[in-house]
Design a protein around this ligand. Structure first.
Ligand code: PGA
Length: 251
């Protein structure tokens, strides 16, 4: 059985002080999650990574992005050694906002995933179709390409560590959820695609999350399915009480 994962993506929200205030009141949430075998994660801004690392325990702290090279003339980027140096061992890759605004292609995502895995870090790889692609019934074609190109040629053992998040672009921050039926259908398809690439044993170990307008009042409809291993949550992960409510809704 795969553990359920509740992962917050704070995007460009919260000052360092606000992140610290959040971190200081998480211990009861962490205890509850542990008791129910739910894994918690938060991806804050770069500036709050170290704050969260220092003031939380039992939460995976992930970067929202990372460069695939260790160092060099890449203004504005951060590297894997920088993350490891402050104890951060996970990073989001290919979030749709980065695909849209920062030209994060499947190719680039692949390079980042390879570098992260080489450094024993956990990539949380985001995939999903736009509204136009959804309306043109291209969801599976797009998602298959993202999975095949992003996750190709990886070491089989390392592949088991990858977390995938299916996030339809049209449902992110819009309040327009993909129905649980759609989410289950696409997530099952992603698992089959991974099975074709890496075999059944690996595909059964990879965690696949749903993301897109997940709230305390709808999270249960996704996570009650065995197919969906967790949720990647933006807006509803920002306030402590809402984060706690997401957890209590699934335990
Ligand atoms: P949302 O964002 O929950 O605010 O829709 C999800 C995400 O972008 O990961």
């Amino acid at each position: 059985m795969r553990n359920k994962i509740l992962f917050g993506n704070w995007k460009m929200n919260k000052t360092n002080d606000e992140a610290l205030a959040f971190a200081k009141v998480t211990s009861s949430i962490v205890s509850l999650a542990k008791e129910h075998h739910v894994v918690l994660g938060i991806a804050p801004s770069y500036l709050a990574l170290e704050t969260l690392k220092m003031h939380t325990e039992g939460i995976i702290i992930a970067s929202q992005n990372v460069h695939y090279l260790d160092h060099g003339a890449y203004t504005g980027e951060i590297s894997i050694p920088m993350l490891k140096n402050i104890g951060v061992n996970s990073a989001l890759v290919g979030h749709s906002e980065r695909r849209t605004y920062d030209n994060e292609t499947n190719e680039k995502c692949h390079l980042k995933i390879v570098s992260l895995l080489q450094n024993d870090m956990v990539p949380l790889y985001c995939v999903g179709e736009t509204l136009e692609q959804f309306n043109n019934k291209l969801t599976k074609k797009v998602v298959e390409e993202q999975i095949v190109e992003g996750l190709k040629d990886l070491d089989v053992e390392k592949m088991k560590k990858v977390i995938v998040a299916y996030e339809p672009v049209w449902s992110i921050g819009t309040g327009l959820n993909a129905s649980p039926e759609i989410a289950i259908d696409v997530i099952s398809f992603i698992r089959q695609t991974i099975e074709k690439m890496y075999g059944k044993e690996v595909s059964e170990q990879v965690h696949i999350l749903y993301g897109g307008s997940v709230k305390p009042n709808n999270i249960h409809s996704y996570l009650s399915s065995d197919e969906i291993d967790g949720a990647l949550v933006g807006g509803a992960s920002l306030e402590v009480e809402s984060f706690r409510a997401l957890l209590t809704a699934i335990i």
